[in-house]
Design a protein around this ligand. Structure first.
Ligand code: NDP
Length: 240
């Protein structure tokens, strides 16, 4: 019997891409969503629907989910991963960067949940993995709105976990520290970028996205009555 469908937002690079590869290697059909559709298509993974989706577009996500489900059956796991890190000095940062962070990291997370969680509740099974960050557990002065967006992920995950637990649907939060991806490409404030990079060098560098992907696959593969509620992963030398 074929394995269930896994949906991943932000699958065109970094942790989302690594997780797509891990679940594909485990034999799952995939729905991959991001704006750079050519990057997802270039992965050339079997039984995979790639859709150009901006997570700010609720209808586009719903349409992509409906399309993939018509081919592979219901989404059994959503990796709600798409996000942007517009880090910067809050006194200098243009409010447009706040808007972007809120629209993608907060509203986008809700938009991706909307077409999947009610079906999981009705089917009495499924797994949601919401992407937070170490910045969703503690605050950093130049991460103000980003921290706010990731604390949001923790709050709604805890609430949703309580809502869905009686229906055997699992809600997992993963909070990585410094992972080697394209995330820093989106930091426009040169001082913040320099401080981040200096700290990264100081701790001996970030770690590979494949480690995060392996953790997500491990948590998913546990029996449905076993819930790893939260996972925090950092480079060993990242002490805060
Ligand atoms: P990347 O920049 O490599 O990946 C980000 C992914 O999100 C891309 O696939 C990008 O696709 C997608 N994305 C961004 N904006 C949108 C949008 N509006 N609509 C759809 N997709 C979007 O970085 P990471 O892999 O590191 O980031 C993945 C997640 O991990 C983020 O939520 C980030 O906050 C979180 N994280 C990362 C850490 C790190 O150190 N790397 C640490 C902690 C958390 P595209 O541009 O093609 O749309």
């Amino acid at each position: 019997m074929s394995k269930p469908l896994i949906a991943i937002t932000g699958a065109s690079s970094g942790i989302g891409e690594a997780t797509a590869k891990a679940f594909s290697a485990a034999g799952h059909p995939l729905l991959l969503m991001a704006r750079r559709v050519e990057r997802m298509e270039a992965l050339n993974l079997p039984d995979t629907v790639c859709r150009q989706v901006d997570v700010r577009d609720r209808e586009a996500i719903a349409a992509a989910v409906a399309d993939a489900e018509s081919q592979y059956g219901p989404v059994d796991c959503l990796f709600n991963n798409a996000g942007i890190a517009r880090l910067g000095d809050i006194g200098e940062q243009p409010p447009e960067e706040w808007d972007e962070t809120i629209d993608i990291n907060i509203k986008g997370v809700m938009n991706a949940l909307h077409p999947v969680f009610k079906g999981m509740k009705e089917r009495r099974g499924g797994t949601i993995v919401n992407m937070s960050s170490i910045a969703g557990r503690k605050v950093y002065p130049d991460h103000t709105v980003y921290c706010g967006s990731k604390f949001f992920v923790h709050a709604i995950s805890e609430s949703l976990r309580g809502y869905l637990a009686p229906f055997d649907v699992r809600v997992i939060v993963i909070s990585p520290g410094i992972i080697d991806t394209e995330v820093l490409d989106h930091v426009n404030d040169p001082n913040t970028l320099k401080a981040y990079k200096d700290n990264k060098v100081r701790i001996g560098g970030g770690i590979a996205a494949s480690h995060v992907a392996d953790m997500i696959l491990f948590a998913y593969q546990m029996p449905q009555n076993v819930l790893i509620q939260e996972m925090v992963v950092t480079p060993t030398r990242q002490e805060y």
